[in-house]
Design a binder for this molecule. Sequence first.
Ligand SMILES: C[S@@+](CC[C@H](N)C(=O)[O-])C[C@H]1O[C@@H](n2cnc3c(N)ncnc32)[C@H](O)[C@@H]1O
Length: 241
Amino acid sequence: MVQINWLKSGEPFSEQFQDFYFSTDGGLEETEYVFFKQNGFPQRFKEAGFNQINIGETGFGTGLNFLVTSYHFLHSEHVNCTLNYTSVEKFPFSKIQLQQVYTTFKKSWPQLSICCDELLQHYPEYFDPLNRFIQFKLADGKITLNLLIDNATTGLTQFFALNKSHKIDAWYLDGFAPAKNPDMWQQELFEVINILSKTGTTISSFTSAGIVRRGLIEAGFKMSKAPGLGKKREILFGIKE
Ligand SMILES: C[S@@+](CC[C@H](N)C(=O)[O-])C[C@H]1O[C@@H](n2cnc3c(N)ncnc32)[C@H](O)[C@@H]1O
């Protein structure tokens, strides 16, 4: 089980990485700003017509990014597309831990309650080490969540080897800070992300670390910086040209 230290506010802190799962200074607002808006949502849901929008994420964690995206997907006007969300997580929360986090989420952000409850209903009681791919069909089939229980680079490589034509439209590059989690932020990961992208695929990250920016540029993305929220000075966003 992943080692969590619960703060007085109810928020989880990773003992292993000595880092926060999301900003304690407005987690929902940060998710909306860094990941959702920098990738052009909710406008892109409308522009997709009746097609499928594919979002890829590194580090599912508490699922906050997924919940916020699902909430807006289901509540934005004139959306006819389906949402396919693929997230890779090496150290998943247990169902009991997730229940605890969602008690806090539901108090802080009641609008997420229905999405929290539905995800919890489907979340496995335990993770079978022989089954590293769990698919959830949510919101009457309008949302598919593919949860890959693996190291980011390996999980994404294997999943897409089985789904060769599947390309990601927008990436949420999350994960603990590169200085605290250097194992994940490797050039190999950026190369895999590039292979799984197409012209026009967008990407954003909470970090503006040089290793991430340079790595994504080397892999084929045009990267820019935007001002961060709260204490964060800058964040990254980009596009595959
Ligand atoms: C900052 S948290 C992600 C927060 C998450 N998006 C949320 O909404 O809660 C970073 C996540 O990356 C996961 N992680 C760390 N190293 C990883 C790796 N090498 N491969 C895949 N996931 C990793 C951690 O277990 C953690 O859940």
